[in-house]
Design a protein. Structure first.
Length: 153
């Protein structure tokens, strides 16, 4: 949704993130976790499409941009190797420790997402369909479904 250097938090969101950060051992990607936490707690996200800074890439970026063919191939390799599955496990554990902050509806979504990762394929597919999860592009949404089929979510 947004790179960490582009996120602006209001005072309530700042307090939430600071408090929650004291209760988790590990998160994978801080901006992904902040987005999940704030929206999970019922916070509102406002996205401004106006570019206001340049995105600096360097050799130690954990994820980096996804706008070249090589970058997309790296993401596919990460998916196939199970990196996203491992990252989801870390984020589920972190968010589960913070259930008190989540809305009842988002607690249920978190539980369903965690359950969706286990069990036989038909049940996993039904859960994903019922949850209505999607990504920002069709190809990314396809990758989400593919990762479920390959048991890499």
């Amino acid at each position: 949704m947004a790179s960490g250097n582009t996120i602006l938090l209001n005072p309530a969101a700042t307090r939430l993130v600071a408090e929650a950060a004291q209760q988790v051992d590990r998160v994978v990607v801080h901006d992904w976790w902040v987005y999940q936490l704030i929206t999970g707690a019922g916070g509102r996200v406002v996205h401004d499409d106006t570019p206001t800074l340049l995105y600096r890439q360097h050799d130690v970026n954990q994820i980096g941009s996804n706008d070249t063919r090589l970058a997309r191939l790296r993401r596919i390799r990460q998916l196939l190797e199970g990196h996203f599955r491992d990252w989801n496990a870390v984020n589920i554990a972190a968010l589960s420790r913070l259930e008190e902050y989540l809305t009842p509806e988002n607690r249920e979504i978190l539980a369903e997402f965690a359950a969706m990762r286990r069990g036989p394929m038909p049940g996993r597919l039904r859960r994903l369909w019922r949850l209505g999860l999607y990504r920002q592009s069709r190809i990314s949404t396809f990758a989400l479904w593919l990762s479920l089929v390959l048991n890499r979510i």
